[in-house]
Design a protein around this ligand. Structure first.
Ligand code: ATP
Length: 676
């Protein structure tokens, strides 16, 4: 509060009302954020800057927010940066007139391409002063780079980067940047390069930006009304309003214009869940036994659904004769006589090119009176002859893009388990019992194409046991246990909720859930495997520090064919040295033969967890003496191409698993409210 109350006078001064937001002003804010690790200060810097944007140039609020969260557009647009290091080095070299060798040497020494760019740019004499960069201009420039496709694309991307870099730091070009001081200060070149790499390295979480935006807007609205400052309660109200609107409609493109037009507290009346904007799915917490489920849900009515082993999918549909305005529903790509539709992944990626067969058949299972919906479901590979579900591995053999309906070999059946929107109405704040009734009334099952998830409503241990066994016999992973009534059963977008519990067949022994880990390095194989990698170094993610922390070496569970294909995939992202945000052992024997960019996520099972000086997972939480948690006898299960590296299992999850294991082994039983 006290930091928030300070005036905005001391911020970037050289920017007048109505003028585009100078990129230098944003970089000044980034630099202030970079210099602190205190959460409240980070949030205050963000919020003060946003207040200035709102006061002087509200029209630039959207690109400012997007650059702050390091995205060019909402996730469903599929527009991503994350440009490879070699391309950026080339652009830095060409735009600053330094040889590629010099740039590479500097990068080897400094380990932060942003700083290398800042330093290279500052050493460069400038003949003329280019026009200063603006937030709008940088956003547009980056967007153009991200959208480059086709032949000669690499060259055009390099050209785009060069254009931005040559205009960067127009105000300070020629002045030496001391990268040992201020972490390189507010250099524009530094932040452009880091944005291109997809990692600002500021410790600025997306949630912090959302909260800062809510606060800034509240301050702004109050000052416009002549009231000086909002109360703590006003700020809390603004925060919870924006958070809840964003969870239903995660698109700043839609929310920001409405917020500027109607005010933040009126957002819920103007911005609600809408087909075409995928929301982040609700997730479940793991449990170790049926008795744990009964303990947690004691005295409440709940339902046990089969847990299908396929891919999470959110299907959106709007009929041509629905009340919704189709013009505003942009990303609904699938078109049929009945209406427009799309299917989104767990990460809000557009899957319409992967599942055109589902979209083509959709009209056969949508009832006449069903005019618009958002459906939560699982796509599962289906055996047409035996009429049963097939393992997840079968689904993975389908092509990911540009699938033609006539070429589809692995058929999929959609198993629907929830409905979030129906005929113009959001259902997320209805009980699950009601949502299920809506689901049953809006669709007709079609064998092998569309089915409702099987379930049993029971609180009896033996009956749940039988359901679990039956689900496993019919090829499912176990059960999803969900609360049925009251606000506890509402759909909670993007939340790993206490009100959904998963009981997997293989939880019943071992440490519980499997882990999703990022591949950081590899070791060349021995014997037959010398031309491929035989083992890999894996890491979990620490969202607090934004670092990847090593957790195990793995060499079990891979077929020869998989090793061969991983070798191909990984060779493309090999890097010369570990990234500065890898937390790993410095011991000579512990170094992998090669390092990679953080890109691939693998699901891994383990017998148990132990402390080891060789690995660094959660070392700050549990280790002591530099020891981290590591996996014993890890085994590769599958690639998780639906997860990004920063969605890997977190250090906290692993620390909690470890603590739970320790408390179980001391016979205390797992705690009732483990928060994964
Ligand atoms: P995470 O590791 O983040 O929990 P995950 O993708 O590994 O996620 P699980 O934890 O194994 O998933 O379980 C949740 C997933 O199970 C859902 O995301 C969904 O894809 C799938 N699923 C299958 N059947 C159901 C069901 N009946 N209800 C909800 N989810 C289901």
């Amino acid at each position: 509060q006290s930091t928030l109350k300070s005036t905005t006078k001391d911020l970037y001064l050289d920017w007048k009302a109505g003028e585009p937001v100078p990129y230098a002003a944003l970089c000044t804010t980034f630099s202030k954020i970079e210099m602190t690790s205190k959460r409240l200060e980070i949030s205050a810097h963000c919020s003060l800057f946003l207040r200035q944007v709102l006061r002087l140039t509200p029209a630039d609020l959207l690109p400012t927010i997007l650059l702050m969260i390091n995205k060019l557009a909402a996730d469903y647009s599929g527009i991503e940066l994350g440009i490879g290091e070699s391309l950026i080095m080339k652009a830095v070299s060409e735009s600053t007139g330094r040889s590629l060798k010099h740039i590479k040497d500097d990068q080897n020494e400094i380990g932060d391409l942003g700083l290398v760019a800042a330093q290279s740019r500052s050493k460069q004499p400038t003949m003329f002063k280019p026009k200063p960069l603006t937030v709008q201009g940088v956003h547009k420039g980056l967007l153009a780079i991200a959208k480059v496709e086709g032949q000669g694309g690499q060259g055009r991307k390099v050209d785009g980067i060069k254009k931005l870099l040559s205009a960067a730091d127009a105000h300070s070009a020629g002045k030496a940047v001391d990268i040992t001081k201020d972490k390189g200060g507010p250099s524009e070149a530094k932040f452009i390069v880091r944005t291109l790499e997809g990692k600002l390295r500021l410790g600025l979480a997306e949630k912090t930006v959302l909260v800062a935006l809510a606060q800034a807007m509240m301050f702004h609205e109050m000052s416009q009304k002549g009231n000086k400052i909002p109360s703590t309660a006003d700020l809390a109200k603004a925060e919870s309003t924006l958070k809840s609107v964003y969870s239903e409609l995660p698109s700043y493109e839609v929310i920001i214009p409405k917020m500027l037009e109607h005010g933040i507290l009126n957002l819920p009346d103007n911005c609600r869940l809408q087909p075409g904007v995928p929301l982040k799915p609700m997730l479940a917490k793991p449990t170790k036994s049926i008795t744990e489920v009964l303990d947690r849900f004691e005295g409440k009515d709940f339902t046990c659904e089969y847990k299908y082993d396929g891919e999470r999918a959110q299907i959106h549909f709007v009929a041509h004769d629905a009340d919704e305005d189709l013009a505003t529903i942009a990303p609904l790509a699938g078109k049929s006589d009945r209406g427009v539709s799309n299917i989104f992944s767990r990460n809000s990626e557009d899957l319409s090119k992967k599942y055109p067969d589902i979209l083509a058949k959709l009209p056969t299972w949508v009832k006449e009176g069903t005019k618009s919906f958002v459906l939560d479901c699982e796509t599962v590979a289906w055996d047409m002859e035996e009429k049963k579900v097939l393992p997840f591995q079968q689904l993975m053999t389908r092509k990911r893009k540009d699938v033609k309906v006539e070429d589809v070999k692995v058929k999929v059946c959609v198993f629907a388990f929830d409905i979030l929107y129906l005929n113009g109405e959001a259902l997320v704040n209805k009980s699950f019992r009601e949502r299920r009734e809506h689901l049953n009334s809006a669709f007709v099952p079609v064998e092998g194409e569309f089915a409702f998830a099987k379930y049993g409503n029971t609180n009896e241990l033996e009956e749940i046991q039988i359901l679990l066994e039956d689900s496993v016999k019919s090829g499912c992973e176990g059960l999803m246990v969900k609360m049925l009534d009251g606000s506890e059963s509402f759909y909670e977008p993007s939340k790993r909720s206490q009100n959904w519990l998963k009981v997997k067949k293989d939880y019943l022994s071992g440490v519980g859930d499997s882990l999703d880990l990022v591949v950081l390095g590899a070791y060349f194989g021995k014997g037959k495997r010398t031309s491929w990698y035989g083992a890999f170094l894996l890491a979990c993610y620490n969202p607090k520090t934004q670092n990847y922390e090593t957790v195990c070496n793995i060499g079990t569970g891979f077929s020869e064919a998989i090793l061969e294909s991983f070798h191909k995939q990984l060779s493309d992202i090999q890097i010369d040295r570990p990234k500065p945000f890898y937390t790993h052992s410095s011991g000579n024997k512990d170094q992998p033969d090669v390092w990679f960019e953080p890109k691939y996520v693998w699901e891994v099972k383990t017998a148990d967890l132990t402390l080891s000086p060789r690995y660094k997972a959660a070392a700050d939480d549990v280790g002591g003496g530099g020891k981290g948690i590591s996996l014993r006898f890890p085994r590769f299960i599958k690639e998780r191409d639906d997860k990004k590296p920063d969605q890997a299992s977190t250090s906290r999850m692993i620390a909690e698993m470890y603590q739970r294991q320790e408390s179980v082994s001391k016979n205390k039983g797992p705690s009732a409210d483990d928060d994964f």
